[in-house]
Design a protein around this ligand. Sequence first.
Ligand code: SAH
Length: 395
Amino acid sequence: MDSVRLKKGKEKAVRQLHPWVFSGAIDHVKGKPENGDIIMVTDSNNDFLAYGFFNDQSRVAIRLLEWNLETEINETWWRKKIQNAVKLRTDLHTDKTNTYRVIFSEADYLPGLIVDRYADFLSVQILTSGVERIKHILLDELQSLLKPKGIFDRSDASARAHEGMEASSGGVLLGSEPPEFVSVRENGIFYQVNIAEGQKSGFYCDQRDNRKWVAEYAKGRKVLDCFSYSGGFSLNAMKNEASEVISVDSSALALDTLKRNIEINDFHNIPHSQIQSDVNKQLRVFREENEKFDIIILDPPKYAPSRSALTKASRAYKDLNRMAMLLLNEGGLLATFSCSGAVDISMFKQIIAWAALDAGKNVQFIQQFSQPADHPVRSSFPEGEYLKGLLCRLS
Ligand code: SAH
């Protein structure tokens, strides 16, 4: 087996079980490992630290898998890791929902592998060359554990490009092609999911718990759901008898799906309108029209893909939240989210505080939101904690 020796001092994070080694930490590569090979990592004294995937095209040159010298990373090892991840979810979600994240990359000790379940179908993202090599084991194990009707490839092309990998051809990996819309159930609500063309891998199941919590305040209230996608927050508010729901999203496919979702759940009794627009523009339109709301949800896409984008992203979050604050009635609630890993909860609170000052409002944080149990955070990998939110009461 080829090996990589780290520079002096760079072994500390590895000893603390952090799963990444950046290229700058490498002192010497022994042998000629190919991308996706499993190599041994040693400290500056050549003492064993861990085994991991090698990839010299990625900023993260090694993704660590195993810290025990005696353990062989073989087919049994891979199957065990997959079984463990699946067990956590089947323990968690037996009757609550049939859509959840089955495998969450580093958080499940399987770097570069994401698997989502949509009822009888699985959507898979293979984002490292190491995982690409064990694809056959992965598909076989998933098939035997979950017995899906089909497994579909939704590997994100830009994430693969960062690893120096070609875009995958996509499509069906195993079993049958999913229908245009698969029907899933979450919090007692049905959703149509377009696995092949929907955003991300089809549905944002990471907001499952937060949708329910926010909707608890919705009864009799006028709710504005910004960045609604297929209506996660909107539909929960309707179920809890909001007096009116307005959903805003820039994507036509998202709003089309939302319309279908209202139909299949028969939520026609709740007044609803949907606006296809840029949220930043639409909030300004509402302000000009003097529209006010009791609850506003802000669930924007990732504004800070990396730390270097933080300054710009903070400004964007602040401006968005300031505008929303100006549209709330006295005592109104703002449920605001950030899915940027680079923005942690304390920074997010600071941004909201700045927005409140600028808007001339007082804010009380009344609830803090995070990601659900099927998106676990590994203690040695805090980077995996990406979703955060705040329920703010304004006065
Ligand atoms: N709240 C949703 C998930 C939101 S994902 C849920 O519960 O499922 C982010 C959404 O923002 C996507 O649907 C995307 O189409 C939309 N979007 C991105 N930029 C936007 C913009 N500037 N204005 C309006 N919508 C936007």
